[in-house]
Design a protein around this ligand. Structure first.
Ligand code: ARG
Length: 582
């Protein structure tokens, strides 16, 4: 149980007793440490609806509360209750964390089966910034949800069946460079796609040829199917190379093509159930009028002063199926085969109306119980404040972004590192470069746009991954200078303000992690880790470790140890491994 949970359960029990009905009280971390560590405003809310005096109720609560070992209490203002956690209570928590491999982070009481749909690039098309954000965010959320005890299923729903294959197939037959394909499959497939797409813009005959290659593929033509299969294999190989570099993995790769056979019967089912109807030759899903506020109806759109239909198309007039059709089939599969309690889609915010419609359709199909979330995110900007582009004006490819970050990191490493060999320095630069890209992504509120500034990201000072690495290495290095063997778990004592503050933050790890999943915001964890690292440096300045003796020395070593492990565990949950030396 966390400290906050301990306070909450005591408060709830006390209030239930005083008021004679079941009350669930909550506390929040105090914004100003001068008033204590946690705060509860339940007395005010409860007194108001019962026409009681809030201060009197607060007094009644603290008189009956049984938390003398944990905290001292104080009433402030009209009836806030402030809790100051005792140094001994923090010491006890640190002792427990020191010998617990989970650092006293509990598993969630009611685990769910959560399907996380992330990364999902499109085969043979540029993997754009949206996919970078999705990959990094999705991996971190999966790790955190898993660590907290959920049954997580990750699925890379790649776009492996779409109009781009008409173009790629045509270019494959006409301008393929086999050697280039073997050397760098993603690059060559992208070149084929771009070649065909550019040529068909100006040449009607090529446009027609691409279209007929697509029709042949869809009708099962053996040659085109073989080309498609090979494209897919090579793409997966190329993508896996990137995922390995990023230490990202998936339980499944069920791309769009996996649902091809389910689409025709799905449309029939929706027509039969009157959930969809024909409209100008296409099949669409419309508003069912169940949402009274038109601004909240995803099937309506405002045109001038009126609300008009904004249907979800599930079969085009030429008989082809849509992105939306595949997503409905995919969701049905996830619910039926995996018994998903929740599905999280980590996808660009520009697809938000698609997901609102999808979720509404899911409810109409009887899946209202499934917790469906669109984990949306914004754009990455260049230092000019415009969406990030390469110098040539193209969408930056993930591999290039990583290479650039590693080059920037190499400069910092060469300047600052104390490592001896070139090989060690090269490895550290690779680690810092990639970690900096990940950390910067995760450190921003996912919905906000942020500026991709390589020099800032790889700097040792600032709110960066290398700063956390440095903090980790510093907290570990003390153990190399030790003559005795350190065995964590015995009684410790905290006296100085700096050590109490560090312990306060370290104790909060168990509170911060679950809060990340409330709104899928890993930036709560990055903020926490930076704050903890800063508290560690202040502590390290204020509280000598190796010069101390007895229980003070032992207590301070324990704090160093718990700090190192918290930073390491926290970073691991962000998908970032730590260096042992820098
Ligand atoms: N391939 C899609 C894109 O690049 C993303 C797919 C996201 N997942 C989903 N189930 N729709 O835009």
């Amino acid at each position: 149980m966390t400290i906050a949970q301990h306070l909450e359960s005591s408060l709830s029990a006390t209030l239930t007793q005083i008021l004679g009905e079941t009350i669930v009280a909550s506390v929040s971390p105090a914004t100003d440490l001068r008033f204590g560590d946690y705060q509860c405003n339940a007395a005010m809310a409860l007194a108001k609806s019962r026409k009681m005096n809030p201060r009197a109720l607060a007094e009644q609560i603290i008189a009956a509360l049984d938390i003398a070992d944990l905290a001292t209490t104080e009433i402030a203002g009209p009836g806030f209750i402030n809790f100051r956690i005792k140094a001994e209570a923090y010491a006890t928590r640190m002792q427990a964390a020191a010998i617990d491999e989970r650092l006293s982070v509990d598993r969630i009481a009611t685990p769910q089966t959560i399907v996380i749909d992330f990364s999902a690039p499109n085969v043979a098309k540029p993997m754009h910034i949206g996919h970078i954000r999705s990959t990094i965010l999705g991996e971190s959320l999966s790790r955190i949800a898993r660590f907290l005890g959920h049954n997580v299923i990750t699925d890379n729903h790649i776009g492996d069946w779409g109009t781009q294959f008409g173009m790629v197939t045509w270019a494959w037959k006409n301008v393929l460079d086999e050697a280039a394909l073997l050397a760098d499959p993603l690059e060559e497939l992208l070149r084929l796609y771009r070649y065909a797409s550019d040529s068909s813009k100006t040449d009607e005959a090529i446009r027609e040829a691409c279209r007929s290659e697509l029709v042949k593929l869809q009708q099962g033509d053996a040659e085109n199917f073989a080309i498609w299969t090979r494209c897919l294999e090579l793409s997966k190989k190329g993508l896996n190379a990137i995922y390995n570099r990023l230490d990202v993995s998936f339980d499944h790769w069920l791309g769009e093509s996996a649902y091809n056979d389910a689409l025709a019967p799905l449309v029939e089912e929706l027509l039969e159930k009157n959930l969809a109807r024909e409209s100008e030759g296409a099949v669409c899903i419309f508003s069912d009028g169940s949402v009274s506020d038109p601004t909240k109806d995803p099937f309506l759109i405002r045109r001038d002063a009126d609300w008009t239909d904004f249907p979800m198309m599930i079969r085009k007039s030429d008989g082809a199926f849509n992105y939306a059709t595949t997503d409905i089939a995919t969701l049905q599969f996830r619910q039926r085969e995996w018994q998903a309690d929740a599905v999280w889609y980590v996808v660009d915010h520009r697809q938000s109306s698609h997901f609102q419609q999808l979720f509404a359709v899911a409810a109409r199909l009887g899946m209202a119980e499934v917790d469906l979330r669109h984990i949306a995110f914004g754009t990455i900007l260049g230092t000019d404040g415009k969406p990030l582009k390469t110098r040539a004006g193209d969408l930056p490819q993930l591999a290039d972004v990583l290479d650039d970050a590693v080059s920037a990191a190499r400069l910092t490493v060469n300047e600052r590192s104390r490592l001896d060999t070139d090989e060690e320095r090269a490895n550290l630069a690779e680690l810092i470069g990639i970690s900096a890209v990940k950390f910067t992504e995760l450190a921003h509120h996912r919905l906000s746009d942020y500026v991709f500034d390589l020099n800032k990201m790889v700097a040792l000072e600032g709110d960066t991954a290398p700063y956390l690495f440095y903090s980790f290495v510093r907290s570990r290095s003390i153990f190399r200078k030790l003559e005795e063997t350190f065995q964590p778990g015995s009684t410790i004592e905290l006296k100085e303000e700096a050590e109490i503050h560090l312990a306060r933050l370290l104790s909060r790890f168990a509170e911060v992690l679950p809060s990340v999943l409330d709104d899928c915001r890993p930036n709560l964890l990055t903020t926490y880790l930076l704050e903890t690292a800063r508290a560690f440096h202040s502590y390290f300045e204020a509280c000598p470790v190796l010069k101390a003796e007895g229980i003070t020395r032992y207590s301070r070593l324990t704090l160093c140890d718990v700090t190192a492990r918290t930073l390491q565990q926290g970073l691991q949950l962000l998908g970032i491994p730590v260096p042992q030396r820098m």
